[in-house]
Design a protein around this ligand. Sequence first.
Ligand code: GAR
Length: 206
Amino acid sequence: MKPRVGILISGRGSNMQALIRAAAQSGYPAEIALVLSNRSDAPGLEIARRHGIAAQAIPSRDFRADRATHEAQMTHALDAAGCTIVCLAGYMRLLTPYFVQHWAGRMLNIHPALLPAFPGLDTHARALAAGIKIHGCTVHLVTETMDDGPILAQAAVPVLPDDTAQTLGDRVLAQEHIIFPMALSHHISGQSVPAESTAALVSPCA
Ligand code: GAR
């Protein structure tokens, strides 16, 4: 039986959709069993259901500052669905050390920057402000430090002279949709992502 994956989202869920599409291929080594959101208005929930995936909101605002109880409910839902791996796909809530330790080595995150550069929010605007020429995205294992942890895959894109945060972000997002399913697949199979599959994405600037 393929390992069952739970995806945590907070919003539109385009990375979630990329994972669902990849897992629909017969040779993919994982099954998407459940999508959870900490926001009941996350558009990704309905998209998941349209793909036939169970999707549930466990609104964090119902728990206010009580992260531990919120996460206990999420763990309960993940366990009930038989999930043994968690993917954070635009999940925008800090996790407690307890939750991180519970899923240690089994929880992947996608971040829209080439970590360790630009952890946190507004990565594309900050990348433009810093004047960097190469930007990208990272899939990594989650540790107790935000946007930190062993890197599983990265993809790079050029920063073009007339880029806005939107155009740069769109270019990065297209790569996120490629490397997240790839990194999950390789992680489950116990392989590292071959460097040549992600390193060659930068094309020269105009
Ligand atoms: C993605 O760009 C993802 O990398 C980012 O949120 C977006 C979610 O989009 N995640 C983070 O910033 C986490 N640090 P999506 O809902 O369309 O996948």
